[in-house]
Design a protein around this ligand. Structure first.
Ligand code: BT5
Length: 323
């Protein structure tokens, strides 16, 4: 259910090029004109520029770069992905909060979004830099009816959704590095962290964490060589984060429904078309050691196939890849 604020924003966005009268808004929203005026004042406080003319009504001039639930949900064209958003200014990790909500029964498609993470995490206990305001730090809860061994497919599906969402919202092309990185010109722009709660034969919930450097202008020294942001790759032009999120949710939902209906095949083809690591000699660092070889492809489960110099093919379930 949309809140009044979401409905109001959706109306203003739809009528960006004209004025919409206070009378019309109050009729459509079913609230008084004073209430409309109050909601508009609230939006202005958040940084929305709204022009109000006596006889003509209201017109939206510009939107701030906020990612509050109503910023994301107004005009969001999905059925369930992102339709419930839990927003926090600061969290330890959106993964932690999402896990808690999932255990408490949160619906599929619920998203946790934060402006800042104090303890953002990567794989294997690594740190994920999540400074305030510039990025998108979020976790999505899904509940697919699949066996646990297929869960890695969801990381790959997410990567495809993000690449397509970024393209739709900004026109920028990205590449995927198996299993969980999205790169531009060889530098990391997005990291994905998939965590699962499961019984032996059935997934209960999968929490997909996504960390995206959107309007980041600079990185700590340790990341300067390996990280970049959409803003940096967009000639310094700021990206609207709410619109980017909408595009990613919409792409995710389309792919996810396709996946549940017809399996991994179509997703796999898309993934391969965006992958940088396939068909090359790469080194995979796993917990048990290092293997260098030719990256032949991925299996239907999303496992990487690496052929070493002796012609033996290894199945790599999780690793860091060096190209
Ligand atoms: C990842 O791990 O790439 C998964 C990152 C997932 C982050 C999201 S944010 C929302 C949700 N909540 C969380 O707490 N986490 C998820 P991994 O492949 O292990 O890569 C981690 C490595 O990436 C670090 O060791 C750094 O080298 C590098 N790194 C850290 N912060 C970065 C950043 N902001 N941009 C690019 N690279 C970064």
């Amino acid at each position: 259910v949309q809140s009044i604020r979401e409905k109001l924003l959706a109306m203003l966005l739809e009528n960006k090029d004209t004025y919409i009268s206070g009378q019309m808004i109050s009729e459509k929203l079913g609230c008084s004109r004073t209430a409309v005026w109050k909601h508009i004042s609230e939006l202005k406080k958040e940084g929305y520029e709204v022009e109000g003319l006596q006889k003509r009504g209201y017109r939206l001039i510009s939107t701030p770069n906020n990612i509050r639930p109503h910023d994301i949900k107004s005009n969001l064209k999905t059925k369930f992905i992102g339709q419930k958003i839990v927003f926090q200014e600061v969290v330890t990790s959106t993964q932690e909060l999402a896990q808690k909500l999932a255990q408490e029964g949160a619906k599929e498609g619920t998203v946790v979004v934060a402006e800042q993470q104090i303890k953002g995490r990567g794989r294997l206990g690594r740190t994920w830099e999540s400074p305030k305001g510039s990025g998108i730090w979020m976790s999505l809860i899904i509940r697919p009816n699949i066996p646990p061994f297929q869960a890695p497919q969801l990381t790959l599906l997410t990567a495809v959704a993000i690449v397509q969402g970024i393209k739709k919202a900004t026109g920028i092309s990205c590449e995927i590095k198996w299993p969980n990185d999205i790169l531009i010109n060889g530098r990391k722009i997005v990291g994905i962290l998939t965590e699962m709660q499961a019984e032996s034969d059935r997934v209960q919930s999968i929490i997909i964490g996504m960390g995206m450097n959107v309007n980041t202008t600079s990185f700590p020294d340790s990341l300067k060589q390996k990280a970049t942001s959409l803003l940096i790759e967009n000639d310094g032009k700021e990206i609207n984060r709410a619109q980017l999120l909408q595009a990613i949710f919409e792409q995710f939902e389309i792919l996810y429904i396709e996946y549940l209906k017809n399996g991994f095949e179509v997703i796999k083809l898309r993934w391969e078309s965006y992958a940088v690591s396939l068909g090359k000699i790469i080194t995979a660092r796993t917990l048990t050691g290092e293997i260098t070889g030719y990256a032949k492809g991925i299996t239907d489960q999303g496992v990487l196939l690496l052929e070493d110099y002796e012609g033996k093919t290894h199945e790599i379930y999780s690793a860091d890849i060096e190209i």
